[in-house]
Design a protein around this ligand. Sequence first.
Ligand code: TRP
Length: 336
Amino acid sequence: MSEANESKKMIFSGIQPTGVFTLGNYLGAVRNWAPLQDEYNCIYSIVDMHALTVKRDPIAFRQKTLESYALLLACGIDPEKSIVFIQSHNPSHAQLNWILACSTQFGELSRMTQFKDKSKKHPDDVNAGLFTYPVLMAADILTYNADLVPIGQDQKQHLELARNIAVRFNQRFGETFVVPEPYIPKVGAAIKSLQDPTKKMSKSDDNPNACVYILDDKDTIIRKFKRAVTDSDTVVKFADGKDGINNLMTIYSCVTGKTMDEIESEFAGKGYGDFKIAVGESVADSLKPIRDDFNRLMSDKAYLKECYTQGAQRAFRISNKLVTKVSRRVGFVDVR
Ligand code: TRP
């Protein structure tokens, strides 16, 4: 995509480079991004600036950012169809962040549940970036005039804030920003922990069996599914109170495309053991091409660099128009 096609809606989404995506990130988010590329103008970003709100070792951080970028491509994000870039490579985000921060109230940021959770988790580093994180996220979205933003349920409050900031800015300075809508996929949006299926699958889980990573090898994946917590019943059936089985069925359905009814009849008369192995195998098989592609990309650093450099240039061409417009609106002196 060299120039944005005006007749298509604009999609923006970001993912933090905090490590290999989990099966939850993949099925709930990234996998749903690839099919959007034909219908929309898509811009996808590895949001390294957001990741800096938590203390990181610079060397590992740089490596993870590159790996996350390669993973996006391995998951089917096509740098020819979409704009794929690393957030810190486009200065528009930081520029707009400041202007929008001046249109955001301390009180509204204080109400963000993610800020409250994260400050409890890292009481020794409640930095200002953590507090203004949602403003930067608003800048990410608004600087491309995105119509739709694919997000998980946990980011709805942040998107709501971005919408409020856009509306308020438009009222004060005149129509400037598109007010973005959330785009929440219907299936697979909430993959749960394999060890505590009432909680979201998360890489920060202390139990290594709780979470499947998309680069895990087949044996590891099957082992984690074999150990998945279920219930004392024996019937593979989607029902209230069967959180563990519901989660495994959701995963199996996402990966195979089968409906819950089809899965129930496929495993009628079979035990949980067979079902868990089948889920593990189907997940491992569907992730194999991603793992192969990832390894190929990571061994071709020159190609990766070419991709993210071009991605950032294309992103900047779009976002800088808006930064210029916004600068005029607020009354900065024009330099051009
Ligand atoms: N905060 C998002 C998350 O942790 C990541 C993110 C940053 C994002 N900027 C964004 C998502 C803009 C969508 C749009 O999941």
